[in-house]
Ligand binder design. Sequence first.
Ligand SMILES: *Cc1c(COP(=O)(O)O)cnc(C)c1O
Length: 355
Amino acid sequence: MKKHNFYAGPSILTPYTIQKTADAVLNFADMDLSLLEISHRSKQFQAVMDEAQALTKELLQLPDDYHVLFLGGGASMQFCMVPFNLLNKKAAYINTGTWATNAIKEAKIFGEVDVLASSEDTKFNYIPKNFEIPADADYFHFTSNNTIYGTEIRHDFDSPVPVVCDMSSDIFSRVFDPTKYGVIYAGAQKNLAPAGVTIVIVKESLLGHVNREIPTMLDYRTHIKKGSMFNTPPVLPIYSALMTLRYYKEQGGVKEMERRDLEKAAILYDEIDRNKLFRGTVAEEDRSIMNVCFVMNPDYAELEKDFMEFATEQGIVGIKGHRSVGGFRASLYNALPKESVEVLVKAMKDFEAKH
Ligand SMILES: *Cc1c(COP(=O)(O)O)cnc(C)c1O
């Protein structure tokens, strides 16, 4: 049976990405060799890296002084790399969930951290809005999409200081103004490629201003200077990322992805709001279009397990909520077809009809 893959990460990839990656594992660039067994310094792989960087720049419309790096270590590595490279005295963060909390913890190793606002008191079910970014901070950090809690910041900040953003779970799903950002990072395994690579976008002029020695591998300048090939890069996820980027471009770019994502999310939220069995878990104006969190209405709480089984019977996988929220989470990443959302909505309607 066809599966409808709502996993939060690693998560669904486009069939194009999967097929092209499989092909390259068997025979890469007509070399009669696998992508897995050739030098990353070969001209064939260099072409992959070059195109992946160029396409990222093109799709996100990055200005010339922004560099695109494909690094190991996951988004979690950026929680320390960012302050290592940028934090002199004080950094400002907002705490909107588990990932933001982890980023704050790392930054505290390097200096003072001003947590401007937090929604921790209500289990991160909204985005705090009443805060001012201090002009004396070295940078302001936020998480654009809170993968676990299903809230999202879908606008850019006008900030007196450089903005750093963890876009792990919503990059390529919203057209944004890159000039409003200094550093953007995103683990690949939500909207781009298999786990193992993190896309890091850095504005070069922000570097070199901290008074500390930075280990070579953790210094953004190392990777900029070496074209993201200082050491062996994660070649397989980079290749897959390139395939996804080509697909995005061919489909009409980020603008078209955003249109589709908004449409998919509206279909599901409309059903959650209509269906008497379910309700959403976060403030309506802060709802994520990538990760849709919902629970049974209290009157029907005992049906949770039954619905999970019912959905599984329809080929729906990956909708179990994160253990810190419970209930359900349906992740609607770019690669998820609208048809899968319609199957989930139909399952919700059919289940309602039975009760
Ligand atoms: C998944 C995720 C992370 C963690 O990514 P790793 O690559 O596993 O380190 C960080 N931030 C956000 C917003 C995420 O969704």
